[in-house]
Design a protein around this ligand. Structure first.
Ligand SMILES: Nc1ncnc2c1ncn2[C@@H]1O[C@H](COP(=O)(O)OP(=O)(O)OP(=O)(O)O)[C@@H](O)[C@H]1O
Length: 245
């Protein structure tokens, strides 16, 4: 997917918010969008999501399944959490049984079980954000766009966001995440897109950066698992017994 010389202004004759933006996002790639308040991060994400159209230039190769989580989930709709998510699943083309599985799965994973029958306007900001996250993930997205996803979320869900992002990327989805609070230290290995003065500067993920992944393997398979990881070029740093397992 790529942006070819994209320009955007909100009004004819108004000032340009984005100018001459060219960028590419490949399958399985994660990019963090950085920039000061008002720099144009949300505008860029909405262009890529297809919510806004460029004034000039084009966004090409957008995948069919786009999951967009706006900065503020529009919770002023008179539906319950469950009814809303089932309606969104239907909009995304899921049949009843698949819709039920997807809705139940995300309700459970995001800790929304106690809010199934609560109407959206009665939710706290953080809980509404979780519903926003759930609707974007009902169908495995080819492009997932998260606008300030850590804003207002409880600690448990903040921890979950990087795991979800990595799962979407591992399944071949592209992911864009905006962040003005530096939370993206939680996404090592992502490219950095910085919006400033209407332009976009792209810094690819650092090739020599390494991450530590904790993996639990069965004790019986330990020598084999360590050997396989080494064969794949990973450095095995330490082996320890899982206490209480
Ligand atoms: N609907 C709109 N109509 C007119 N101007 C807008 C609109 N939305 C945003 N702008 C202007 O475009 C510029 C970029 O805004 P944008 O929301 O994209 O920035 P941002 O980097 O996401 O900021 P923040 O970190 O505060 O969310 C700002 O000057 C903003 O006032």
């Amino acid at each position: 997917m790529h942006l070819d010389d994209v320009w955007l202004r909100y009004r004819r004759g108004g000032s340009w918010v984005l100018r001459q933006v060219t960028a590419e996002l490949s399958a399985g790639e994660i990019a963090v969008v950085l920039g000061r308040n008002g720099a144009g991060k949300s505008t860029l994400l909405q262009l890529i999501a297809g919510v806004l159209r460029p004034s000039r230039g084009r966004v090409a190769g957008r995948p069919a399944a786009v999951g967009w989580v706006p900065e503020r989930f529009p919770a002023d709709q008179p539906h319950t959490v469950s009814a809303y998510l089932h309606a969104m699943a239907a909009v995304r083309g899921l049949r009843a049984a698949a819709a039920g599985r997807a809705v139940d799965g995300w309700i459970e994973r995001l800790g929304l079980g106690g809010f199934r029958d609560v109407k959206l306007p009665e939710l706290s900001k953080g809980t509404a954000q979780k519903v926003g996250l759930a609707q974007a993930l009902l169908v495995s997205p080819g492009l997932l766009i998260l606008d300030e996803p850590w804003e207002g979320l409880d600690a448990a869900t903040r921890e979950l966001v990087p795991a979800i992002v990595l799962e979407v990327a591992a399944a071949g989805g592209r992911v864009l995440v905006s962040d003005h609070r530096g939370e993206t230290v939680r996404l090592p290995g992502a490219a950095r897109w910085t919006v400033a003065d209407g332009g976009l500067a792209v810094a690819p993920a650092e090739a020599d950066q390494h991450c530590v992944v904790e993996v639990a393997v069965s004790a019986a398979d330990l020598p084999g698992a360590v050997a396989r990881l080494r064969e794949q070029g990973h450095r095995v740093l330490r082996v320890r017994e899982e206490v209480g397992s």
